[in-house]
Design a protein around this ligand. Structure first.
Ligand code: MLT
Ligand code: MN
Ligand code: ZN
Length: 305
């Protein structure tokens, strides 16, 4: 299985257009040891030719330009992207769909009923696409048991599960969470049995998750914030990381402590907010991750399982 990180940053990217935090300012000025990152997305293939795009980032056009296997190569209109799976309805995971509107072949969209509801009500993007390429909506089962395949992306199998989270700020049910607002997905390559767990938005490793995560050869999880109060401490938000659906890395019950429980598999943090000190390669926080054998995803990272 080939997993390619298209964008490793959280919403806003790194640097973020209006952000003057230590990291964003330092990256622009070249005074910190870090590299820029686009907004959250990966693509996965079981044959190296046909790819499923996980999340459609606002930066998707740049991401396609930077990764040749997604570019047209077989016909006058063509793409390596055969299907798109949305793990939530957040802006950083869905607005790229607007950039993928051209062509007469319908986009194959895999998402939960909750995400479909948000993307046809609070945010009308799937309705609007109906006036361009059109879409085929495939409902993703979220019981953590029912696996499914995507016919146009051979040799891969998917098992999705509902995660504790909140719907996006624009959602009609923002303050009334439902199963399916956010999912985690176990991706399996059928021919090899290799598996990857992917959950860029993960507020808590709830008891129903380890049975799935324990099967994975690689665990890619939420790397948004270092502390629960990171945005509050900088005066940028009044909410904690956990309350907006992101378990921080440090502290009791944090991601480092939780990932340590998963033994000797590859562990990768993804969806990293620009304020997070782990973006600085020589930071004390990055050294702590290194000591725990936890990697920090970057744009262009390839994971071959
Ligand atoms: C989130 O996951 O909380 C986001 O990155 C928010 C956003 O896209 O604005
Ligand atoms: Mn996000
Ligand atoms: Zn910033």
């Amino acid at each position: 299985m080939h997993i390619h990180v298209l964008g490793a940053a959280a919403g806003g990217g790194f640097p973020q257009w209006n952000c003057n935090c230590f990291n964003c300012d330092g990256l622009r000025k070249g005074t910190i040891k870090a590299t820029k990152r686009t907004q959250s997305s990966i693509c996965v293939s079981g044959d190296g030719i046909n790819w499923v795009l996980f999340n459609a980032s606002p930066d998707v056009l740049q991401q396609i330009q930077d990764f040749a296997p997604l570019q047209p190569g077989r016909a006058i209109r063509d793409s390596g992207i055969q299907a798109i799976m949305l793990i939530d309805a957040q802006i950083d995971h869905t607005t790229g769909l607007f950039m993928l509107r051209e062509g007469k072949v319908k986009r194959e969209i895999y998402c939960t009923d909750m995400v479909y509801g948000d993307l046809t009500s609070g945010n009308q993007i799937l309705n609007i696409l109906g006036h361009y390429c059109g879409i085929n909506h495939h409902q993703v089962p979220i019981d953590g048991k029912t696996s499914f395949e995507i016919p146009s992306v051979p040799n891969l199998k998917f098992t999705a599960v509902a995660l504790k989270s909140a719907a996006p700020p624009y959602s009609p049910h923002r303050n009334d969470p439902h199963p399916g607002d956010t999912i985690g997905v176990l991706i399996e390559e059928i021919s090899t049995g290799k598996k990857c767990w992917y959950s860029p938005g993960l507020a808590e490793i709830e008891p129903h998750l380890p049975p799935l995560m324990n099967q994975a050869d690689c665990i890619m999880v939420d790397g948004t914030f270092w502390t629960d109060t990171e945005m509050m401490d900088m005066g940028l938000m009044t909410k904690t990381a956990r309350s907006i659906g992101h378990n921080p890395q440090s502290g009791d019950g944090g991601m480092i402590e939780k990932l340590d429980e998963f033994g000797d598999v590859r562990k990768v943090l993804i969806h990293i907010n620009n304020t997070n000190p782990i973006l600085r390669e020589d930071s004390a926080e990055r050294a702590i991750l290194n000591a725990h054998k936890i990697e920090v995803a970057y744009d262009g990272m390839d994971i071959i399982l």
